[in-house]
Write a protein that binds this ligand. Structure first.
Ligand SMILES: [Mn+2]
Length: 420
């Protein structure tokens, strides 16, 4: 019995390509020579013979086997608080295959992408988004879903949303993960719905190098130059200091432009104030390109309302499709200590929420990412509380749009006036 079990486990490992493969024996001298190449300025070799070389991206082949396609509700109880049950994004049902997305006519698919590859941690973001804590736990899916008290909409009841799981991530470097993330985003965005729209990927990160595969994956579907990026960030993210990397968390904007995936005039930046990846020279470059930016100095000079109106107007006059790239460090560190590059003097939550809601209600958002979460330096849980509120505000805006409300800056009259 025991032997039978072990044999079964071993054959499973063989099927997955794990462990049982005999590694080609290389001599100590040959192995040492790999370092010589690096010492002489060469590239870092990967060991293609390693039995675990590809396990992180080896997809299970039985994801849809033996069941009808469609979202799977993994919660046992029809109505309960999300600290009871399986942790998924907002307690949502899960989907595992493109067939699930199509069969369920899924409008929003959450996806985690814990992209690493930088010495300062940006880890646990997707896991913490699924982790129910404190007051935001009341915001859930199912019978216990509650409305937002500004629009009165209950997005997760009015729209079909799922947790699509995480992108495959090479835990020791990011170059190999990036094409895999792009593929998964493309897979979500390719799903055609009966209403003529497509599933909107909501990506939770992970470092901001994600902007490259996330926007590229959406542009693969909607076409090069057909997607505008509303980029919330303390930093401009067009650094030239890439240390030889194809893309880093400091330069995804530059990379998207280099590959003509996005037109410079379709980059609209909000909240810049940090000197890393931004200086007078890089701003000169951005102005020459035609990039639009709204720094905190502009907010100081003109006030938030004017800047917010400019962003909405520019977004509406840009490409037909909008991608929101939200680097959590755009918000003041008072509200979000849990990020790796905090910059004081940022947006308040009271400023952030209406702009996110309005963009998602008043423009055609086809993708959303929330990146640079670092919950291990979030002692008061404010970062995750606010990250979830920002995400919910976009869902809220999408529900307003779905309800056919076209009024600019819509707020439910009951919420803004007690009628007395
Ligand atoms: Mn960034």
């Amino acid at each position: 019995m025991q032997t039978k079990k072990i044999t079964a486990v071993l054959s499973l490992f063989t099927a997955l390509g794990i462990g049982t493969q005999v590694q080609a024996q290389e001599s100590a001298e040959e192995l040492a020579r790999q370092w010589d190449a690096v010492e002489q300025g060469g590239d870092i070799p990967l060991n293609a013979n390693s039995p675990t070389n590809n396990t992180w991206r080896q997809m299970r082949e039985d994801l849809g086997k033996g069941r009808e396609p469609g979202p799977i509700n993994v919660q046992r109880w029809a109505g309960n608080y999300p600290w009871v049950g399986m942790p998924t994004m907002f307690h949502l049902p899960v989907a595992l295959t493109p067939e699930d997305l199509a069969a369920g006519q899924v409008e929003i698919a959450f996806m985690g992408a814990e992209l690493v590859g930088d010495p300062r941690a940006r880890t646990w973001g997707p896991a913490e988004m699924r982790n129910p804590h404190r007051s935001e736990v009341y915001h859930t899916w199912g019978e216990m879903a509650m409305p937002e008290l500004d629009t009165g909409r209950t997005a997760l009841s009015e729209m079909v949303a799922v947790d699509y799981g995480d992108a495959p991530i090479d835990p020791f470097g990011m170059e190999r993960s990036i094409p895999e993330i792009r593929k998964m985003v493309r897979e979500i965005a390719s799903t055609e719905l009966a209403n003529g729209k497509r599933t909107i990927p909501f990506i939770i990160g992970g470092g901001h190098a994600l902007m490259y595969p996330d926007v590229a994956g959406v542009a693969d579907v909607y076409g090069k130059g057909n997607v505008a990026v509303i980029h919330f960030d303390a930093h401009a993210d067009y650094s030239t200091a890439d240390f030889g990397r194809l893309v880093t968390h400091g330069n995804p904007v530059r990379r998207l432009l280099m590959e003509d995936l996005v037109k410079p005039e379709h980059i609209i930046q909000v909240g810049l104030r940090g000197p890393t990846s931004t200086d007078l020279e890089t701003l000169d470059w951005a102005r020459e390109q035609g990039i639009r930016y709204h720094m905190m100095a502009e907010v100081e000079k003109d006030g938030w309302q004017k800047v917010m109106d400019r962003v909405i107007k520019e977004a509406r006059n840009s490409a037909e499709n909008i991608f929101i790239s939200f680097d959590i460090d755009v918000v003041d560190p008072a509200f979000i200590p849990g990020t790796s590059t905090p910059e004081p003097g940022g947006l308040y939550m009271r400023e952030t929420l209406p702009l996110i809601r309005r963009l998602c209600a008043e423009t055609n958002v086809v993708g959303f990412e929330l990146v640079e979460l670092r919950p291990d330096s979030d002692p008061g849980y404010t970062t995750m509380l606010n990250a979830k509120a920002i995400t919910r505000q976009c869902l809220n805006g999408l529900a307003v749009r779905k309800a056919g409300i076209t009024k600019a800056n819509y707020l439910n009259p009951v919420m803004t006036d007690d009628g007395q």
